[in-house]
Design a protein around this ligand. Structure first.
Ligand code: NAP
Length: 372
């Protein structure tokens, strides 16, 4: 990959486009991948023009345009579509996008994207979830509700979990309108025996579970910070956010392996450096560890386990001032269910796909994760 990119660059200058947090976190990796420092940077934010970041000068898009024949540009943003179009409209021919793996701060490749790749997704999309059974925990509201409705639209039968069947009564009607079967189940996930009772109830209610979204979670508020955080916050967070998903996987994945098909999507979080939310953050880190360690053992079974980080959302958990509307999780949060191939153990950053159609999100993920 490195040598091919170097061949493409030849004697041209290299510009990294975008000087946000991701560029900042990964600057050292960019230098290692390129084998040298970029010649200059560029950004759409006027306040950055003429400034120096990591010892490299940032120019304006207009200055970049004047050098278009002699520059290779690498876009550092994960939501690259608009910038890619902007650069191609400016006449730049050599434009690459950066691909990141698992977490925000791990660079995995630079790739060239076709100009007209948006809209091509429909030609490769194959709906494999139609007629399957999908369990969604915490389906009554927030992210879980979005997942349930979209999976029903795609023709999947739904098992909608909540703490009380009354919480999903409206959702059952909405999903049923798409012509699929919908089964409500209730359990307090903080109590392992309720989780086990739900799983044995499910073995009678639904014929088989093909897809699981471990979505339900708690994030105990601790306004006075980590030092006064009650130990119970850790116990509750681990019980609901880690142990319940592990118990669900332990019961359902062996059945999926026997049938040779399964998709398990665990909703995680990129929360970090927030000591006041340590109980929640640690429980999600434990869930990530579980997924990363289990994934290799599923190779070749037809069962794939992944993580999806939805971003900071305006839900009951995220609060009113969160950055993104809850609807923005579609289509990215579904990718672990919709994709085939090299996805086992992947971390999907859901906001990378916000605003795309399901088909184009699948295409983007395939480009991102394909080898070469
Ligand atoms: N919102 C964000 O900014 C954000 C950011 C990163 C990651 N996430 C993750 O995204 C997922 C969904 O979050 P959200 O914002 O949609 O949350 P939400 O709006 O607070 O909804 C939480 C869901 O989880 C269920 N739940 C909570 N505690 C439970 C328990 N003890 N037992 C059983 N079910 C329980 C609730 O069921 P009931 O309806 O029955 O109460 C509810 O449906 C979570 O995994 C969360 O960690 C969210």
């Amino acid at each position: 990959m490195l040598s091919r990119l170097k061949d493409d660059i030849g004697t041209k200058k290299v510009c990294l486009f975008g000087t946000g947090a991701l560029f900042d976190d990964c600057f050292g990796q960019f230098v290692l991948f390129l084998g040298r420092e970029p010649d200059f940077l560029c950004d759409n934010a006027q306040k950055k023009w003429g400034k120096v970041f990591h010892g490299i000068k940032c120019v304006s898009p207009e200055e970049l345009r004047k050098m278009r024949e002699e520059v290779t540009v690498i876009i550092t943003a994960r939501k690259y579509e608009d910038i890619h179009k902007q650069l191609r409209d400016m006449g730049l021919k050599d434009v690459f996008v950066s691909c990141y793996d698992r977490r925000y701060n791990s660079l995995s490749a630079f790739k060239r994207i076709q100009d007209n790749s948006l809209g091509l997704g429909a030609s490769i999309f194959n709906n494999t979830v139609k007629g399957k059974w999908t369990l969604i925990t915490g389906a009554a509201r927030g992210v879980g509700r979005q997942i349930a409705v979209e999976m029903a639209k795609l023709g999947s039968n739904i098992i909608a979990h909540s703490r009380s069947a009354s919480h999903v009564a409206g959702l059952v009607d909405v999903c049923s309108d798409f012509g699929v079967k919908v089964v409500p189940v209730a359990a307090e996930l903080g109590n392992p025996s309720e989780v086990e009772a739900m799983l044995s109830e499910l073995s009678c209610l639904a014929p088989q579970i093909d897809i699981v979204f471990n979505n339900a979670a708690v994030s105990p508020p601790c306004p006075s910070g980590f030092w006064s955080m009650p130990s119970g916050d850790f116990v509750t967070s681990y019980a609901v956010n880690t142990i319940a998903p592990v118990l669900i996987c332990r019961e359902i994945i062996p059945q999926m392996i026997q049938r040779g098909f399964g998709r398990v999507i665990n909703i995680t979080s990129s929360i970090q450096k927030r000591p006041g939310e340590m109980a929640y953050a640690c429980s999600k880190a434990a869930l990530d560890k579980f997924v990363f360690d289990l994934a290799p053992s599923l190779e070749g079974t037809g069962v794939m386990i992944t993580l999806a980080d939805p971003g900071w959302l305006r839900t009951d958990m995220g609060g009113d001032i969160a950055a993104h509307p809850v609807e923005s999780v579609i289509p990215g949060v579904l990718l672990g269910a919709l994709l085939d191939g090299d996805i086992n153990g992947r971390w999907f950053s859901v906001q990378d796909y916000a605003g795309l159609s399901i088909e184009d999100a699948v295409l983007k993920a395939k480009i991102y994760y394909s080898q070469g």
